[in-house]
Ligand binder design. Structure first.
Ligand SMILES: N[C@@H](CCC(=O)N[C@@H](CS)C(=O)NCC(=O)O)C(=O)O
Length: 205
């Protein structure tokens, strides 16, 4: 049995989109939990099994998996028919893993550092910065490919495009990257995720 712990308008929204893309909506139960939000609202929810009370968190028969990249990889490997991750024998597996881990190790920290308004040389030697994130994406799409791995859409597209869903102003100023961001935004999976979020978002009350 699978349970996804999520919260509206959060890093879990992309996990909802993933469930739709993987055709797992009927296989995974959803539990909406409260979280501490940047505006000071909310707080830890005792029902959330995430050790830091963050979302997303996946419970698979009592085993807890956290970190979006890890949850996506876990489910994509368990359900290879989803086509959301290249198999281990596929040469595209290397670039796929690189993108997933690059998101967690460089992209997300770079944007968090930028948004927080603090700076330190160690951040740049460790995570690089937003300019380097943008350069990597512009280089990746320079050949006009529709998705990060070429013609095939994978979980890496969902994960790496996700910050731009919330921060449209931060989309790199590059026609190919902008087209990719819009291509992912237009997928029905995000429409479904938005419907789920809307059930719990404040204005729905
Ligand atoms: N790197 C983690 C980040 C998870 C994360 O920070 N989630 C936020 C929601 S956007 C959260 O739950 N925050 C609540 C808190 O910090 O207590 C992932 O991708 O899963």
């Amino acid at each position: 049995m699978f349970t996804l712990y999520h919260s509206y308008w959060s890093r879990a929204t992309r996990m909802l989109a993933f469930l739709h893309e993987a055709d797992l909506r009927d296989r995974v139960d959803l539990v909406h939990v409260d979280i501490s939000r940047n505006d000071g609202s909310g707080g830890p929810d005792a029902r959330n099994p995430h050790p830091d009370h963050k979302v997303p968190a996946l419970d698979h028969d009592g085993t807890i998996i956290t970190e979006t990249a890890a949850i996506m990889l876990y489910l994509a490997d368990l359900f290879p028919e989803s086509g959301l991750a290249p198999r281990i024998s596929d040469k595209a597996r290397g670039p796929f893993l690189t993108w997933l881990n690059w998101y967690s190790a460089q992209m997300e920290p770079a944007y968090v550092v930028m948004v927080s308004g603090v700076d330190h040389p160690v951040f740049h030697t460790t995570f690089r910065g937003v300019a380097d994130v943008e350069r990597r994406l512009i280089e990746a799409f320079a050949d006009g490919r529709p998705f990060l791995l070429g013609d095939r859409f994978t979980a890496a597209d969902l994960l790496i495009q996700s910050p731009y869903k919330w921060f449209a102003d931060a989309v790199p100023d590059d026609a190919n990257v902008k087209a990719w961001v819009e291509r992912i935004n237009a997928r029905p999976s995000y429409g479904w995720a938005a419907e789920i979020d809307a059930k719990y978002a404040p204005q729905a009350a």
